[in-house]
Design a protein around this ligand. Structure first.
Ligand code: 13P
Length: 240
């Protein structure tokens, strides 16, 4: 079961201390459970956070990467090799916030390939917009995102799928349980060996409903993951 914290564009040096509580909690809580916690802070904090988490059982991911695996003249960009070099083991690719600012399925495909080549595991985000949901084309959209995003990706072993309906991100809304079960099932039929996570407004309140949907392999958590108490609460309640 995965609990992935996506901090988005939040956090400075003083935010690093907030993870101490989570480290302490997880040390005891993990015991015989098969749980993975992965922090995806902004790139500015990856290096320091990875040093801090060195001797813990918590891993680190980045939130995006450039599509070119080698160095190049791309001002402001960071590639997968550089992320790996500073301690990241995972990278989120295809997040809807980046799709909305122009990332195409084709670009996402290049990024996924470059990340895998650099030895990063990919948290590949897919999801429909509200308009697409209303038009009842969710499955068609997800199918397209999966097909184009994973085009000519030979080994899918190091890919985790995160289903994040765009309309549920940061809105407090989550899909109806039956709908979510069905959508995750649809993805799993296409990606038989991959873990499928849910993301979008996961919080300590709705985790009780979410945990009853038994085909979900974990959660990609935005806002609530910045608050250690809420993040710990989500994990505890998932198992209560
Ligand atoms: P929220 O949990 O803030 O809705 O964000 C979800 C998300 O986008 C995680 O990648």
């Amino acid at each position: 079961m995965y609990f992935i914290a996506n901090w988005k564009m939040f956090g400075g040096l003083n935010s690093l201390n907030t993870i101490d509580k989570v480290v302490k909690f997880f040390k005891a809580f993990k015991k015989n459970r098969s749980i993975k916690i992965i922090y995806c802070p902004p790139s500015t904090l990856i290096s320091l956070m990875s040093k801090k988490l060195e001797k813990t059982n918590i891993e680190i991911g980045a939130q995006n990467c450039h599509e070119q695996e080698s160095y190049g003249a791309f001002t402001g960009s960071i590639n997968s090799k550089m992320l790996k070099n500073i301690g990241a083991n995972y990278v989120i690719i295809g997040h809807s916030e980046n799709r909305q600012s122009g990332e195409s399925n084709q670009l996402i495909n290049l990024k996924i390939k470059s990340a895998l080549k650099s030895g990063l595991k990919v948290i590949f985000c897919i999801g429909e917009t509200l308009r697409e949901k209303r038009k009842k084309i969710t499955k068609k959209i997800l199918d397209k995102q999966l097909k184009l995003g994973l085009n000519k990706v030979n080994s899918k072993k190091n890919i985790i799928i995160a289903y994040e309906p765009v309309w549920s991100i940061g809105t407090g809304l989550i899909p109806k349980s039956d709908d979510l079960y069905e959508t995750v099932n649809f993805i799993k039929k296409k990606m038989r060996k991959n873990k499928v996570l849910y993301g979008g407004s996961v919080n300590p309140k709705n985790i009780n409903d979410l945990k009853s949907i038994n085909n979900i392999d974990g959660y990609l958590i935005g806002g609530a993951s910045q608050d250690p108490k809420k993040f710990i609460d989500i994990i505890k309640k998932r198992y209560s």
